[in-house]
Design a protein around this ligand. Sequence first.
Ligand code: SF4
Length: 215
Amino acid sequence: MQQNVCWSPAILNSFATCPQRFYRTQVLCDTKNLPSAAADYSNQFHELLGQALVGNPFPKRFARFQRVVDIVRGLPGKHLVCKTLCVDRQMKPCSLDKAWVKTTIDCVVANGREAVLFFWKTGQKEPSDASKLSAAIYFCLNHESVTIHVRTFWLRAGVVEKETFTRDQLPELWRTFVPAYRRLLEAHETGVWKATPCGFCKKYCEVKDCRFNGV
Ligand code: SF4
């Protein structure tokens, strides 16, 4: 039976950056991801964001983000907060442990045939297909949705990225990920996880026995 190789935008991104580091930290798990100030900040922010989105305002040091949260909270429709969505290989709803593909959304506001997916990002603004995957999974789970708007708040850059997807784009949305997912599958099948020098090697990589570590 074919192995269920679960994926998400974060998984594909981590694998693409360095397959060897991904393998050691997330497949073999013989070394742990090092804590980083950026990840700590993001975790802390998202924990408080989840609270703010259900009516417990941000503490003073994050108060500048409250206005947008209040606007989102005021939108008409059904609200879901900090939700991990997933589907199985048949694109059907499933539990997280059976997920074939998954995504985590900070907030969803669904109103009839339209839904808005909200993301808050604390890192550098960078190109990402994460919104496409979230929209694709949401379409699979919510058959009444015809149009999905995605709003991504890049906090560091002070920019709001706006995208809209319609149900007829669903096959195209899935196709976006085919090449990257094939590469991940191939690594699982062949056991070849190439060490790929990148920005982590010099100071931030946990794989100490890699020949590129520290270089
Ligand atoms: S040191 Fe560099 S090449 Fe080696 S596993 Fe880490 S990130 Fe990959």
